[in-house]
Design a protein. Structure first.
Length: 118
């Protein structure tokens, strides 16, 4: 089992930045890829990007490319989501997730709230 805990959410003004942290524990040797998602009220969960655990290869959807950056610190079993130029529509609960090498996200954190004020 892998446990994921997000932190770093909060209230920020439009145009500001925020860095979210996801700390992994447990069977981290089973992790292939870490991902970030978000879900706003009344909307579907949205994929924000992912990073491979071993090589640090990243991928992003076009919707956040250039504004959001994912990085990792393998020594601390931690993944980060740096968000810049935040907009009110970025307001959501942000989740990190991990998979073991398939397209299924096997583990999820509890989420952290990000609120962007206009």
């Amino acid at each position: 089992q892998v446990q994921l805990v997000e932190s770093g959410g909060g209230l920020v003004q439009a145009g500001g930045s925020l860095r979210l942290t996801c700390a992994a524990s447990g069977r981290t040797d089973s992790i292939s890829t870490m991902g970030w998602f978000r879900q706003a009220p009344g909307k579907e969960r949205e994929f924000l990007g992912a990073i491979t655990w071993s090589r640090g290869v990243t991928r992003y959807p076009d919707s956040v490319k250039g504004r959001f950056t994912i990085s990792r610190d393998n020594a601390k079993n931690t993944v980060f989501l740096q968000m810049n130029s935040l907009k009110p529509e970025d307001t959501a609960v942000y989740y990190c997730a991990a998979n073991r090498g398939s397209s299924v996200w096997n583990y999820w954190g509890q989420g952290t709230q990000v609120t962007v004020s206009s």
